[in-house]
Design a protein around this ligand. Structure first.
Ligand code: CA
Length: 133
């Protein structure tokens, strides 16, 4: 299971990387929105933990572009903004869930499990055998 952590706050990014690695996930970190989009084009991620307030390209736009490029994994927004509008915006632009900072690591881990359970059934609905689908 591969996770991309997108967070410009380095101490939080490395704490999340350490914690998720310890749980057995393969973790990459991107420090801004542009880097996140590049990473997501290069590798397959099951879940992207996405800070909303990012340099270069903000999280809402990253979300929107990922979905436009048919990213099918889970997106969990991490945000310091507790405003309802940003959350609704993020969810409307393709995020699956959100956490308001500061959050407990155990809650993030639980939400990752929930999102991957949901993705699990629908990730590959088409079976192809010898050219037949
Ligand atoms: Ca930030």
């Amino acid at each position: 299971m591969r996770i991309l952590v997108v967070e410009d706050e380095e101490s939080l990014a490395s704490a999340l990387e350490r914690g998720l690695t310890k749980l057995g996930y393969t973790v990459d970190v991107a420090y801004d929105g542009e880097e996140a989009l590049e990473d997501a084009r290069k590798s397959h991620y099951d879940v992207i933990c996405l800070d909303l307030n990012l340099p270069r390209v903000d999280g809402i736009e990253v979300c929107q572009r990922l979905r436009a490029e048919r990213f099918s994994g889970g997106i969990i927004m991490l945000t310091a903004r507790s405003g309802i509008r940003e959350r609704v915006d993020g969810l409307d632009h393709g995020a699956d869930d959100y956490l308001v900072k500061p959050f407990a690591f155990s809650e993030l881990a639980a939400r990752i499990r929930a999102v991957t359970r949901r993705e699990g059934g629908a990730a590959n609905p088409v079976v192809s055998v010898r050219g037949l689908e």
